[in-house]
Write a protein that binds this ligand. Structure first.
Ligand code: MG
Length: 237
């Protein structure tokens, strides 16, 4: 066996663009409608949680959901990318597994009241990420499996082949609005199986390429109750 390359942390992005509703079965499980074009929201860079950097903190009173996703990492600045596989090869230097943590009751409330998603998506620790996966390790990003387990039980396990909008279209869409810069992240949506986690739960996630799990893509993180900060219960009262 050859010696494994050292694991690399992701660099700090300026923009984290997250695609919603990109897998049909996930749209169905949340009772959403299928979008005619990709849509996305932003998470703050301070929501990132690197490997071995502590727990996902559950805000007080939050119904905390996980969403495993494939994240593309920009290798250079990209403005108005074309919708082509060549553009992805040119601009994406690598990948990561990411978990788009969501305070689901706030998201449902925001949908009803036409409010932004900053609150439901943007708490600190709401974006656990894996180490950096070099582009060379993933021959076809539309042919990998993403999985997520809670306390050892599989909750999500699907192929990225099920994406409604392919990655070139996502990159084209987001950069048609504003450029992405080197080390920025583009999350590509979650497959079915999202659900709630509570304090004490252990979340594992990862990526399987040609039947082999990539060590770089591994996430293992515990959920802890956050004692301070925003109190979701107070808001609902
Ligand atoms: Mg998501």
């Amino acid at each position: 066996m050859s010696a494994a390359a050292p694991l690399r942390r992701l660099a700090r992005p300026r923009t984290i663009a997250c695609i919603g509703r990109n897998y049909a079965d996930h749209i169905a499980e949340l009772g959403n409608t299928r979008p005619r074009e990709p849509f996305y929201f932003l998470k703050p860079a301070t929501s990132m949680l690197h490997p071995s950097s502590g727990a996902v903190l559950a805000p007080r009173g939050a119904k905390l959901h996980y969403e495993v996703e494939l994240a593309a990492i920009m290798g250079r600045d990209v403005d108005e990318a074309p919708d082509t596989d060549e553009a992805v090869a040119k601009y994406v230097k690598g990948w990561a597994v990411a978990i788009d943590m969501t305070a689901r009751q706030f998201q449902n409330d925001a949908k009803k009241r036409a409010l932004p998603w900053t609150l439901c998506k943007g708490f600190k620790t709401f974006l656990p990420v894996s180490h950096f996966i070099p582009a060379s390790k993933i021959r076809d990003p539309h042919d990998v499996r993403l999985f997520l387990r809670v306390n050892g039980e599989t909750r999500q396990d699907d192929s990225t082949a099920l994406m409604l909008f392919r990655i070139p279209r996502l990159l084209q869409h987001v950069t048609s609005v504003a450029p992405l810069e080197e080390d920025d992240l583009l999350l590509t949506g979650t497959p079915k199986g999202v659900g709630e986690v509570r304090a004490g739960d252990v979340i594992e996630a990862g990526i399987v390429v040609d039947g082999v799990e990539l060590e770089e893509g591994r996430i293992e993180v515990v959920v802890e109750q956050r004692a301070t900060g925003y109190n979701c219960e107070a808001r609902e009262a």
